[in-house]
Every structure is written in structure tokens, then in C-alpha cells.
Design a protein around this ligand. Structure first.
Ligand SMILES: Cc1cn([C@H]2C[C@H](O)[C@@H](COP(=O)(O)OP(=O)(O)O[C@H]3O[C@@H](C)C(=O)[C@@H](O)[C@H]3O)O2)c(=O)[nH]c1=O
Length: 181
């Protein structure tokens, strides 16, 4: 596996080593020892999640607060998404900046999003299966979020606004300036 640093400290792109042969392919989607050695993190993943969405579905931008904060290791099993992480660490020199990467079933790239970030994605393919590991359990009471079209973030979601499908919960999220970790 290869680890590529991003412009936001603590966020990494991970490229697994894929073995292809006439049967198909094989890759290690997670190897704790390698992951910890190459990223220099001590992340202990506790929960795995999977979601299925159709084109234009935008989930995010989400985080959990306080002791329930989560780091996530995200990837796409089927289809393609634009994945976004926003630095909401108040003491960070890159506070309010975001990164976005296309994660697809073909490139098999993963994004590691540390605690202190809001995370979201939009589906670019007809359908997508999205999978991720979290280092803390889901806690409904600690859910926080930032509205996907916050003008101060000005995220380019790559799809026309009118084609986006956003949940009732996400469409009423507030702005970055109200984010509380
Ligand atoms: C995230 C989550 C949701 N749920 C439940 C709550 C709800 O009834 C249903 C759907 O939840 P949501 O609408 O919040 O699902 P979704 O919008 O897919 O939420 C996810 O979005 C992406 C961008 C993330 O970064 C994730 O951490 C998570 O927040 O699933 C769990 O039981 N466990 C979980 O870990």
C-alpha cells in the first residue's frame, strides 16, 4: 500500500496494492500494522459502515462532537464518488479548507479523515456503494454537521445544484462558523 499526504495535515490518500490475474483481482482493503506504520497514526477502528446511493446523492458534511469524535477510512466498492473532508480544527492553520478526491471502484483509493474534520461525499456514478471504518461508535446525540453549500467553503461538488439529492436532516445543517467539535 502507498500513502500520499494531502494539503491538510493528518488526511491521507491510501492506494492499496492490487494483485490482478485471470480470475480477477485481490487486495488488502485494510491492514492495521501497515496502516499504522505508514500513516504514523494509532487509529483503532471499531465500526464498519456501508451505504448505497444513487447518482446525485450528497451525504454530509458530518462529524461527531466531543468524546464521540470519529476518524474515518473511506472507500468506494461500486461506482464513483467525490469525497470531501473539511478541516474544522479551530487551532489548525488550514481551518476551513477542504480537500476533495474522486474515489472509484477502479482507482480503489481510500481517504483517511482524522478526528476534527467534517466529511461528505456526492455520488457521480449511476449508483455507488460506499464503505468506511470508524474509530468511534455512532452516537446520535453527538452528530454535528455543516451545510454542503456553505458559501465560505464554496465546495465544487462537480454536479449541478439541481441534481443533488440531500436528506431532510442535511439540508438544514448550519454553517461552518457554527461548527462545534
Ligand atoms: C452513521 C450511522 C447512521 N445510523 C442510522 C441513523 C439513521 O437512521 C440512518 C441513516 O443515517 P444518516 O442519514 O446519518 O446516514 P449518512 O448520511 O450516510 O451518514 C454518514 O454520512 C457520511 C458522509 C459520514 O461521514 C458518516 O460518518 C455518516 O455521518 O442510519 C446508524 O445506525 N449508525 C451509524 O453509524
Amino acid at each position: 500500500m502507498t500513502v500520499i499526504e494531502t494539503k491538510l495535515e493528518g488526511c491521507f490518500i491510501i492506494e492499496p496494492k492490487v494483485f490482478e490475474d485471470k480470475r480477477g483481482y485481490f487486495f488488502e482493503s485494510f491492514n492495521e500494522k501497515e496502516f499504522q506504520k505508514l500513516t504514523g497514526t494509532n487509529t483503532n477502528f471499531l465500526q464498519d459502515n456501508e451505504s448505497y446511493s444513487i447518482r446525485g446523492v450528497l451525504r454530509g458534511l458530518h462529524y461527531q462532537t466531543g468524546i464521540h469524535a470519529q476518524a474515518k477510512l473511506v472507500r468506494v466498492i461500486k461506482g464513483s464518488v467525490l469525497d470531501v473532508a473539511v478541516d474544522i480544527r479551530k487551532n489548525s492553520s488550514t481551518f476551513g479548507q477542504y480537500i476533495s478526491f474522486e474515489l472509484t471502484e477502479d482507482n480503489k483509493r481510500q481517504l483517511f479523515v482524522p478526528r476534527g474534520f467534517a466529511h461528505g461525499f456526492v455520488v457521480l456514478s449511476d449508483t455507488a456503494i460506499f464503505a468506511y471504518k470508524c474509530d468511534n461508535y455512532y452516537n446520535k446525540e453527538s452528530e454535528g454537521g455543516i451545510i454542503y453549500n456553505d458559501p465560505s467553503l464554496n465546495i465544487d461538488w462537480k454536479l449541478p445544484e439541481e441534481s443533488l439529492l440531500v436528506s431532510e436532516k442535511d439540508v438544514i445543517l448550519s454553517k461552518l462558523e457554527n461548527a462545534k467539535l
